[in-house]
Design a protein around this ligand. Sequence first.
Ligand code: NAD
Ligand code: APR
Ligand code: ZN
Length: 247
Amino acid sequence: EVLSIETIASWWVDAGYRVVLTGAGMSTESGLPDFRSPKGLWKEKDPRKLASISALFANPGEFYEFYRMRLAGLNKAEPHKGHLVLAQLQKERLLNAIITQNVDGLHQKAGAVRVIELHGNLGEAVCLDCGEKYSSKALEEKDFPTCRACGGKLKPGVVLFGETLPSEALRQADMETRRAKLFVVIGSSLEVSPANYFPLLARDVGARLAFINLEPTDMDDQAHLVIRGKAGEVLEELYAKIKSLSV
Ligand code: NAD
Ligand code: APR
Ligand code: ZN
């Protein structure tokens, strides 16, 4: 049921604790492709062949090439007005936590705090053997980047297919979701577990659940409110409505 931005703004002002969950759709207006839209990354590439641990061992050349390409895109990306609105709402104590599936660091670049990264961050690299952390620059050093400490293979600091999510991030996301009175999903198809579990948990603990998304998702009927639109534009309008209500 697509309702108006007025409704979500009034819910926002009334809710004592607000949490958002963002997906790749939050960053397409910054020029980063998402996955499952018509032009998404997984439309022309098979993620299992590229973005998995087995891919790193089976075809390291292609694997590292894919991430160098993604890094190049990421280094050029800037936060858009939607990222800035979320950071501003946090500054005004009108937004508590941002749980994100994105690895582009754009929320932090926009000045947001309390950003819980469920899938890691592409700005880091980590040694598969000893866990030593590096900047992702280490991935650009040579063909098959290895750890200076132990010689192990380096991988991007993101959760690959088949990997489990960082337990601390999961714990933080669970805690924030249980506190939420309003839970807003922005720019996610909600096709990936366990990220797509948090909206259901929010509902279960009595929060209002709203989606802001360009396309329908399989979970739309679980939401109390769905706004069909672009994250940047909707968030800008929403911010103006919230400010007009809270004067
Ligand atoms: P990925 O696509 O390999 O998978 C990361 C997550 O998806 C993991 O939690 C994995 O367990 C989970 N997953 C499990 N089953 C899955 C399934 N059936 N379909 C999809 N995912 C499944 O991640 P990647 O390709 O290595 O990309 C790394 C990161 O790049 C991702 O975490 C993604 O968030 C990201 N990305 C970010 C942006 C952005 O930040 N704007 C844009 C595009 C991609
Ligand atoms: N505004 C609002 N919604 C948008 C916008 C936008 N500007 N651009 C795209 N969308 C919507 C798309 O319609 C789509 O439903 O965002 C959603 C993006 O969904 P996905 O591409 O599946 O991205 P995401 O949900 O983050 O994927 C989850 O899958 O491969 C893994 O780890 C990867 O974190 C990623 C996870
Ligand atoms: Zn090492």
